[in-house]
Design a protein around this ligand. Structure first.
Ligand SMILES: *[C@@H]1O[C@H](CO)[C@@H](O)[C@H](O)[C@H]1NC(C)=O
Ligand SMILES: *[C@@H]1O[C@H](CO)[C@@H](O)[C@H](O)[C@H]1NC(C)=O
Ligand SMILES: *[C@@H]1O[C@H](CO)[C@@H](O)[C@H](O)[C@H]1NC(C)=O
Ligand SMILES: *[C@@H]1O[C@H](CO)[C@@H](O)[C@H](O)[C@H]1NC(C)=O
Ligand SMILES: *[C@@H]1O[C@H](CO)[C@@H](O)[C@H](O)[C@H]1NC(C)=O
Ligand SMILES: *[C@@H]1O[C@H](CO)[C@@H](O)[C@H](O)[C@H]1NC(C)=O
Ligand SMILES: *[C@@H]1O[C@H](CO)[C@@H](O)[C@H](O)[C@H]1NC(C)=O
Ligand SMILES: CC(=O)N[C@H]1CO[C@H](CO)[C@@H](O)[C@@H]1O
Length: 766
């Protein structure tokens, strides 16, 4: 018996040892232990730390994958779980976490693909007037296609002398591919990051060249030069231009189609800060299901140190909407962007045999016409043998009888959205059908680019009528007409259905997302791609422009706007730029009605942030909220990190006050969120400080819009600025005795007759 136990025990030990021998990449983050600008932590310091953990007989593992030594300190390396936990207790180590895989925010990683012009016209008018500027934007993305007409440098001045970056060469990328517009390009070799056989993730392949299209699209949206006559096979014709055409671009290739490694993104952020960029644009994030706290999230860590050095970090909110609590990249030092539809839409009309027609959404190169009708059939009527009708109606792979489909137009529903519309389209196309009508409420506002295949999407209401028609006749017929562009689509903006929603699952005491920008059907530079069958219409060359949707496309609009503001207000800090864009955002659409979501309800701040950006107004915001290191330190304190950790992160001798965690609401942020306001509790008081950036003598009065039952008071409700008084602190108190339960939304606006300085608030009453 005893020996059996011993045997069991030794087996257990054996097992744990084996489990513990598995190594994987970890990020070891060591805070800001860097002295001064040019101090670099030698690699040997980190190697020494590794050697103290890794047994000497495995000394081949004592090497760094990435070494962070400019804006912050740390490294990534292959470690076992027990080595990782041993390191995390080590002095000077802030956090140790498995290297996460992040996703590109072009869509839920599969399908949407749409179109429209880069920036709103009003912005472009102004960027023209200031046609030379030295702002440098870093795009951390899938690389760049340097030959795109969006990146020519004609008429652009010499490269700013402070630029310290490089143009890395690759087998298909030369130094001469960089120019005065595209001033830098880096890529990262991440062979070890995902284990030896997954070198493609992380976008290695030894070149900064974009083979996905995402990085080229985002870069040209943020800062592409004007390209006349840009279009996508005739659609969205016009001048394509980035938000800030004279701004310089530096591309940091960290991602491939499969995703991005967190440790590589962190390295690219460290490099970008060192290289001297002003703004970092990241259309990437962790999945909303995989979010981890701020000091275990590579983007949050990198962005913190960027902010400390005056570099603005703009990120996409994610495409996991419309469910609540899906927003990512929510740290208060990140500028978080939601996506909206613009005033343009793509329709492809369905005409039925009985003459009825419906406006579907879709981008197609259909060669069908109105004069020839085709047999129309519902997926469940043409189920393959033994396939459940529930699958056939959804057009699941393997569920349809190909012999019965060929040459017909097939109707598919979306009862169970496990399978994306892209896959369903491929199933129907593969069966040699004439076309496909997709009935779904999901993303019906986001036209899907189906290439040469006639495809259109309609909502359930229209779908019901088509089913009635199919039932009413023996030989139903239909046709799908080629896509047309509806230029003055109203209303706009609308919150895009896919855009991730607040409140933040990490803390409800900061309102996220921050703002909204165009992210549906955006026309921008693309890699000329003819790989995917059916993606290029017969007889045409692959387009140099492409139509894409996602918060990925919204993010670079804000990056471009931030560059525009920075080019005029060179000394503004990241928080001032963010405040200017937030307090001047609009919550009204082009019909002068409140912005709605895609189901026609008024949109709330958890959907659109403080509203759609208005870069022109943001140039002259009147007042700004400056959020400084002290605010961020308090945020980290109230979030629950220890003094010791915060001291490592901030390199300042802070001591957290002992107060309730709710006080996160009280950092000097350009919006207000209170995660809990107890009905029977005393009022909750929030402090804000505004800085006058307008003319010296100005008097502002407060105007509050609050929902019934929520009592909001502002003290003082008049702010008088002068040459000697440029900053004023005020208090806002909330009491919810008679308020409706759940979230209450409203606004506090400071008016001086010329400026509207609007802050939105979200208060959850319990
Ligand atoms: C990697 O792939 C190669 C073949 O492509 C194989 O020989 C090798 O064993 C693989 N290595 C690992 C660690 O899986
Ligand atoms: C729009 O808002 C309403 C009311 O808040 C909500 O019930 C609905 O789910 C939202 N729709 C979308 C697509 O977000
Ligand atoms: C439409 O184009 C397809 C190829 O995409 C071709 O096979 C078909 O014959 C064309 N139909 C008509 C009516 O021109
Ligand atoms: C859809 O996915 C869920 C979760 O993965 C699974 O439980 C369910 O069976 C799937 N439905 C179908 C029809 O495959
Ligand atoms: C069409 O007919 C089928 C079966 O006869 C029925 O289940 C369905 O509800 C009908 N649809 C409509 C819209 O009338
Ligand atoms: C840090 O602050 C604490 C409390 O404010 C103080 O006692 C201590 O001496 C300070 N340490 C340094 C190194 O400044
Ligand atoms: C502001 O007001 C003061 C007092 O009325 C006046 O002396 C000063 O010239 C004014 N400054 C500006 C810039 O208008
Ligand atoms: C968006 C798009 O490419 N639409 C096309 C659909 O097909 C017709 C006929 O081939 C074209 O004229 C449209 O441009």
């Amino acid at each position: 018996m005893k020996s059996l136990l011993l045997l069991l025990a030794s087996l257990l030990i054996c097992n744990t040892t084996i489990a513990d021998q598995i190594t994987k990449p970890y990020v070891v983050y060591m805070g800001n232990n860097i002295n001064g600008e040019d101090d670099q932590i030698p690699e040997s310091v980190h190697i020494e730390l590794l050697s103290s953990i890794i047994p000497s007989e495995e000394s081949e593992r004592i090497k760094l994958i990435h070494h962070y030594n400019h804006a912050f300190s740390g490294f990534s390396a292959m470690l076992t779980q027990s080595e990782a936990s041993a390191l995390s207790g080590h002095d000077g180590v802030v956090s140790v976490f498995p290297d996460p895989i992040l996703e590109l925010h072009t869509t839920r990683s599969w399908d949407f693909l749409d179109s429209d012009l880069g920036m709103k016209p009003s912005t472009n008018v102004l960027t023209h007037q200031h046609s030379s500027n030295d702002i440098i934007i870093a795009l951390i993305d899938t690389g760049i296609w340097p030959e795109s007409p969006s990146f020519t440098d004609e008429g652009i001045g010499k490269i700013p002398s402070r630029w310290k970056g490089i143009c890395m060469e690759g087998h298909d990328f030369k130094k001469s591919n960089c120019n005065r517009k595209l001033i830098g390009a880096r890529y990262y070799n991440t062979q070890d990051t995902f284990g030896s056989n997954k070198t493609h993730i992380g976008g290695a392949k030894g070149s900064p060249r974009d083979t996905v299209g995402h990085g080229t699209h985002t870069a040209s949206t943020a800062a592409g030069v004007n390209v006349n006559n840009a279009n996508y096979y005739g659609l969205a014709k016009g001048t394509a231009r980035g938000g800030s055409p004279s701004t310089r671009i530096a591309a940091y290739k960290t991602c491939s189609e499969e995703g991005c490694s967190g440790s590589t993104i962190l390295k690219a952020m460290d490099d970008a800060i060192k290289d001297g960029v002003d703004i970092i644009s990241i259309s990437i994030g962790l999945s909303s299901l995989m979010q981890s706290d701020y000091l275990n999230d590579p983007i949050a860590i990198g962005a913190f140190h960027a902010e400390q050095r005056g570099v603005t970090v703009v990120c996409s909110a994610g495409n996991d909407g419309p469910d609540p609590n899906t927003v990512v990249n929510t740290a208060p030092w990140i500028f978080t962007v939601a996506a909206s539809n613009i005033d343009r839409n793509f329709q492809s009309t369905i005409v039925l045999g009985n003459g009825k027609s419906f406006q579907g959404a879709g981008i197609n190169f259909s060669n069908l016409t109105r004069s020839t009708m085709h047999s129309l059939v519902f997926g469940e009527e043409v189920a393959a043998e033994f396939a459940p009708t529930s699958e056939a109606r959804n057009c699941y792979p393997g569920s349809l009888d190909y012999n019965k489909i060929a040459g017909r137009i097939v109707v598919c529903v979306d009862d169970d959205p496990n399978i994306s519309r892209k896959i369903k389209k491929l199933v129907v196309q593969d069966a040699r059908a004439m076309g496909m009508i997709f009935v779904s409420e999901n993303n019906k506002d986001v036209s899907f680019d189906a290439g040469a295949f006639p495809f259109t999407e309609i909502g359930n209401l229209e779908g019901h009528q088509i089913f009635q028609y199919i039932n009413s006749t023996k030989k139903p017929t239909a046709t799908i007409l080629p896509t047309i562009e509806i230029p003055r689509y109203r209303p706009a903006p609308i919150v895009a259905s896919f855009s991730s929603r607040g409140p933040s699952s990490l803390t409800e005491n900061i309102l996220k997302p921050d703002v909204m920008a165009p992210g549906v059907a955006i026309l921008a530079a693309m890699i000329p791609n003819s790989d995917e069958p059916g993606s290029v219409p017969i007889g045409k060359k692959a387009s140099l422009f492409g139509i894409k949707s996602g918060t990925s496309m919204a993010c670079p609009h804000v990056t471009g706007a931030a560059a525009f503001i920075k080019s005029i207000h060179g000394r503004w800090t990241p928080s001032m730029i963010k405040s200017a864009l937030m307090t001047t955002a609009t919550t009204y659409n082009n019909m002068r009605k409140p912005v709605t979501n895609s189901s026609n309800y008024f949109a709330n701040p958890h959907e659109m942030g403080v509203g759609e950006i208005n870069p022109l107004k943001a140039l002259n915001p009147g007042l700004v909220f400056e959020t400084n290191l002290e605010d961020y330190v308090r945020f980290l304190c109230y979030y629950g990190y220890s003094n010791k950790i915060i001291r490592s992160v901030c390199k300042s001798n802070v001591t957290c006050p002992r107060t309730s965690p709710d006080l996160i609401s009280n950092i000097n942020y350009p919006s207000i969120s209170i995660g809990t306001l107890k009905r029977n509790q005393n009022t909750k008081v929030i402090t804000r400080t505004v800085t006058n950036v307008g003319t010296f003598n100005a008097t502002y009065v407060a105007k509050v819009h609050a929902p019934e039952g929520l009592v909001v008071k502002v003290i003082p409700n008049k702010l008088v600025f002068s040459e000697s008084v440029q900053r004023i602190t005020y208090k806002v108190s909330f009491s919810g005795n008679k308020a409706r339960g759940g979230y209450n939304f409203g606004s506090l606006t400071w008016l001086d007759g010329r400026h509207y300085v609007r802050t939105l608030f979200a208060v959850k009453v319990e």
